[in-house]
Design a protein around this ligand. Structure first.
Ligand code: ATP
Ligand code: DNN
Ligand code: MG
Length: 266
């Protein structure tokens, strides 16, 4: 495990303007979606790109250094200038839920320390995109789930889900869980490129899943991301994302602080 977190105080974050990107499972594409939205937002406000930052509270499953952790992928795909260690203070090598990976590494994770580790990022950026770990009900600490962190941050959530058969059940259950905890849900993004996605040629459900999710939950589906998105080019990633998703709900969920010079959402 590595940690660069200094403080473990209960100091509140400077602001909570942001969006928490959770998912129906691990491997559904939260990292690529988080990077894509950051790339879009940063490109839309040139000169103010430093206003949109990214935070990965805890990551597990890889060692920092080979470019495979979520923090390293986020830096590259979103075109950030932060060091990966600034994006994520808690990295555990075991490919397990954060609470378990931390325990194996001999670290006692607390939600207060996790939040405190983000204070420098929240001071640097006006708006934060936060990528969870796995799904909303994944154990984050010995006492809390990822959903408890969303509640503490007071941010709206975006749910990333597979596009294929099975996603309606997983997405509606995730929506129910978050709603039961009082979390506002800004939308759902379906992803054709999720690690365990079925081929849309063999899956007649993909054409109707977005409508079913909207019908039974009332939550807007922003669209479906295609497979094969590039993680090496923020500009291309932003362009492909703008074409695939209706981002009006993103902008509604992220009221930007008035910018110097009066720039606002275009
Ligand atoms: N639309 C896509 N285009 C190309 N590759 C994709 C796409 N969606 C997902 N992938 C790939 O699928 C894998 C799983 O996606 P990703 O790592 O983003 O999932 P995750 O939800 O962030 O998982 P975790 O819970 O570990 O954070 C990654 O290798 C990613 O690059
Ligand atoms: C290791 C992986 N990449 C994630 N970061 C952690 C996923 C934990 C999932 C736990 C579960 O839902 O059973
Ligand atoms: Mg990820």
């Amino acid at each position: 495990m590595s940690s660069n977190s200094g403080s473990t105080s209960n100091a509140p974050l400077p602001h909570q303007n942001g969006l928490f990107i959770t998912g129906t499972d691990t491997g559904v594409g939260k990292t690529i979606v988080t990077a894509a939205l950051a790339a879009v937002l940063r490109a839309e406000r040139p000169g103010l790109s430093k206003e949109v930052g990214v935070w990965k509270p805890v990551q597990s499953g890889e060692r920092m250094g080979a470019g495979r952790t979520d923090a390293e992928r986020l830096v590259q795909a979103a075109g950030l200038t932060d060091a990966p260690e600034e994006l994520c203070a808690y990295t555990f090598e075991a490919p397990l839920a954060p609470a378990v990976a931390a325990r194996l590494a001999g670290v006692r994770l607390t939600i207060e320390a996790v939040i405190a580790s983000a204070i420098p990022l929240f001071q640097r950026y006006g708006t934060m995109l936060v990528e969870g770990a796995g799904g909303a009900a994944v154990p984050l600490t010995e006492k809390e789930l990822v959903a408890d962190l969303i509640v503490k941050l007071g941010m709206p959530a975006l749910i990333v889900a597979r596009s294929g058969l099975g996603t309606v059940n997983h997405t509606l259950l995730t929506i129910d869980k978050l709603r039961s905890m009082g979390v506002t849900i800004a939308g759902v993004v379906l992803n054709d490129g999720a690690a365990t996605a079925t081929s849309s040629c063999d899956d007649p459900s993909v054409n109707g899943n977005a409508a079913l999710i909207e019908q039974y939950s009332g939550i807007p589906v922003w669209g479906t991301l295609p497979r094969g998105l590039p993680e090496h080019s923020p500009a291309q990633l932003a362009e492909r994302t703008r074409k695939a998703l209706d981002l009006s709900a993103l902008k509604a969920a992220l009221p930007m602080a008035p910018a110097a010079g009066g720039a606002d959402w275009s």
